[in-house]
Write a protein of this length. Structure first.
Length: 80
């Protein structure tokens, strides 16, 4: 949201008529860039943790479904 406002104030969507607005927009854009650089490693680490946990969950659910298949379905097929 702030980037769109900054882009509009920078004159990408309208002419730059007011220097004060232009400087305010560049300041906002710099702040957004700094925040992106600060939060990038944190976001990357969170995504890595999420994917590791989801892989572990998928692996565990596969094991559970395999054992359920062996105990419930396969035993009924062999007995009948």
């Amino acid at each position: 949201m702030m980037v769109k406002i900054a882009d509009a104030l920078l004159g990408r969507r309208q002419n730059r008529t007011n220097k004060q607005e232009y400087h305010k927009a560049t300041f906002i854009k710099r702040q957004v860039d700094i925040k992106k650089r600060e939060y990038s490693p944190i976001i990357i680490q969170d995504l890595n943790d999420f994917f590791v946990h989801s892989q572990n969950f998928i692996f565990a659910s596969k094991k559970i479904s395999y054992h359920l298949f062996l105990q419930l379905i396969l035993s009924n097929i062999v007995l009948s």
